[in-house]
Design a protein around this ligand. Structure first.
Ligand code: GDD
Ligand code: MN
Length: 398
């Protein structure tokens, strides 16, 4: 899947040996690229000017381009006083974040700095990020736009600013502990110790790779350095509305990784199901239907709504082993069984255990909810496997 070649040198020539660049205090700069041919020369020039004299470095591009970016890198690298590697992927699995993780796996230095390929992240800050990490003994150093001295000057337009601010707020609210000390979890510019990257547990999805690392790899010790987000040197942002939805899915996946959080998510989604349920009931009875059949039909609207949300937000990666109609059928069966089961359960609690009607109803609601959640996990979606991942792509294929 991964083709790789280094420059300078011929295409397909054996690559740089790890020992040549693995130095304590050295840095591997990982740059994800998607059609950035007009920015490569400028970026490598800026890195050449500000990094190697202060810190030994290598640069790893992970490229998903459909243009001639790899060739341009290959050419430009001939003038660079440090090793440059290009990993071109035929399948852009995980998008930007997937590319960064590939680059991290290929990194050989103690420190890894991730930065964009469009010159919005000033390379002159690379040595400072690493120095700050060494000085504060941090595992992660974030270049932040939101601390004193930083700014998001290059973020194009008030729309992008508002989206970025909203996303930052939402993310910080969802992960108050894991993101403690990170003012800019959306930043694409950061340094991380190679030893702090636990590539096996990462499931990158789209742009927010720092968030993925902070939440799943949990590096010990976080520092921040302010930076000014520059204007793009050339070309346009590759971010899109689709990328925005991917981000929301990413957030949901991160937030519901634990069973307890998943159960809470399941409950919240279930609660929103009242809206389509009541709406359908109102319409059906308004159209003259008797309320009993109307209740039954309306309930199916709530079930359908819940199914859609649960499929996409909670079990997205666990759907493969059953066909859609199989899942729909099982889900609907469980959801309706919930209703049918509730009455005899209440009767049992009242008559057998002498409970009051109200507490019996509350207990029955909780019981059927938990049963439904456990049933959905076990009978509709693929059980979670252990954490181990498949084999990594061969890195140094000569
Ligand atoms: N390999 C690969 N695959 N690279 C990609 C992909 C992809 O699917 N999509 C984008 N890239 C590369 C771009 O070529 C660029 O080098 C870098 O990732 C950032 O992409 P941009 O399209 O320039 O992103 P942006 O400027 O809108 O967003 C940046 O700033 C945001 C902060 O506002 C990114 O750094 C975001 O992560 C960050 O949140
Ligand atoms: Mn950019």
């Amino acid at each position: 899947m991964t083709h790789e070649y280094t420059a300078p040198g011929e295409l397909g020539e054996p690559v740089v040996e790890a020992v040549e660049v693995a130095e304590p205090g050295a840095v591997t700069i990982v740059v994800p690229t998607f059609n950035e041919s007009a920015n490569i020369r400028q970026l490598l020039r800026q890195i050449t000017e500000s990094v190697p004299s202060r810190l030994p470095c290598e640069v790893v591009f992970v490229d998903d381009s459909t243009d001639d970016t790899p060739e341009v890198i290959h050419e430009a690298a001939k003038d660079c006083p440090f090793p440059v590697t290009v990993l071109h992927r035929d399948e852009p699995v995980g998008g930007l974040g997937g590319a960064v993780v590939e680059g991290m796996k290929a990194a050989t230095s103690e420190w890894i700095v991730v930065m964009d390929g469009d010159c919005q992240h000033p390379p002159s800050l690379v040595p400072e990020l690493v120095a700050t990490g060494e000085l504060t003994n941090a595992g992660l150093v974030v270049a932040s736009r939101y601390i004193k001295g930083g700014s998001r000057a290059g973020l194009a337009g008030s729309y992008r600013v508002a989206v970025s601010r909203g996303a930052t707020w939402l993310t910080k609210a969802l992960f108050p502990r894991r993101l403690h000390g990170i003012s800019d979890p959306m930043s694409g510019f950061f340094a991380i110790r190679r030893s702090a990257v636990t590539a096996e547990v990462l499931q990158p999805l789209g742009y927010k790779i720092l968030l993925e690392l902070a939440v799943r790899s949990r590096p010990r010790g976080v520092s921040e350095v302010p930076f000014v987000f520059q204007d793009r040197f050339a070309g346009e942002s590759k971010s899109s509305a689709q990328e925005g939805f991917r981000f929301l899915r990413h957030l949901a996946g991160l937030r519901t990784a634990s069973p307890v959080a998943r159960m809470i998510g399941f409950g919240l989604i279930g609660a929103t199901g009242f809206v389509p349920n009541l709406l359908a009931l109102w319409i059906l009875t308004g159209a003259g239907m008797h309320y009993v059949p109307a209740e039954i039909v309306a309930n199916q609207f709530g079930v359908a709504w819940n199914f859609l949300l649960i499929e996409h937000l909670l079990f997205r990666d666990r759907r493969r082993h059953r066909r859609l109609w199989d899942r729909v059928g099982r889900f609907a069966l469980l959801a309706n069984a919930d209703l049918v089961l509730r009455i005899p359960l209440i009767a049992l609690f009242v008559h057998r255990f002498g409970m009051g009607a109200l507490s019996a109803t509350a207990l029955a609601l909780v019981t059927t909810f938990v049963l439904r959640f456990v049933g959905t996990e076990a009978l509709v979606y693929l059980p979670r496997r252990g954490r181990g991942s498949g084999t990594a792509t061969a890195r140094r294929a000569a």
